[in-house]
Design a protein around this ligand. Structure first.
Ligand SMILES: [Zn+2]
Ligand SMILES: [Zn+2]
Length: 187
């Protein structure tokens, strides 16, 4: 069972219990729910988006190198350096909240043993399946990102020996073309 919307809950800041009152007129159909906080969902979506941006910028840099136009080393290295400096937030480590609830009216009950009196604050939860979709996408982007980042680091630090500029360029250029093929159609 996958929830198709985000449900409001009250979360205990002490024990982490989540609950939300609800009652269907014709009786609730309670189902087991695996939930994550929407904050974690936002964090993984933000990471996926940042990875997409960095991959796009890295690919542009690789494209510039693969191009046959005369190469301006200084500009190319600066471009590679700027690309590798684009920040990407780490993946969150969400707690999966196991509970029961009624997807129709939004009733949620995910109790926890609490030592004191529960202190609740409002929050939102989403189905863990939605989180996993973003996480898988972020994972795919991260793999492409790793390959492109490694190459961009090489480009950013390259110092062709005098007289060997052309050879260095040719070898980087052929690697750039390989990478463009490998990473075509991603994003
Ligand atoms: Zn209900
Ligand atoms: Zn509590």
């Amino acid at each position: 069972m996958t929830l198709t919307r985000h449900l409001p809950v009250a979360t205990c800041i002490g024990c982490g219990a989540r609950s939300h009152e609800g009652q269907c007129d014709d009786g609730c159909t309670d189902l087991p729910l695996d939930l994550v906080d929407v904050d974690d969902l936002v964090a993984i979506a933000t990471r996926a988006e940042a990875l997409e941006d960095r991959v796009a910028t890295l690919r542009e840099t690789v494209c510039a190198l693969a191009d046959d136009a005369p190469t301006d080393w200084t500009a190319l290295k600066e471009r590679a350096r700027a690309a590798v400096q684009i920040a990407v937030p780490e993946a969150p480590e969400p707690d999966v909240i196991e509970g029961w609830g009624c997807p129709q009216c939004g009733r949620v009950d995910a109790p926890q043993p609490c030592l004191g009196i529960c202190v609740r604050r409002p929050g939102l939860v989403a189905d863990v399946a939605e989180y996993r979709e973003y996480a898988e996408h972020a994972q795919r982007m991260a793999e492409i990102d790793r390959t492109l980042m490694a190459f961009a680091h090489v480009v950013a630090g390259v110092r062709p020996r005098p007289g060997r500029e052309q050879q260095t360029l040719e070898s980087l250029r052929s690697r750039a073309r390989e990478l463009l093929e490998q990473t075509a159609g991603v994003g």
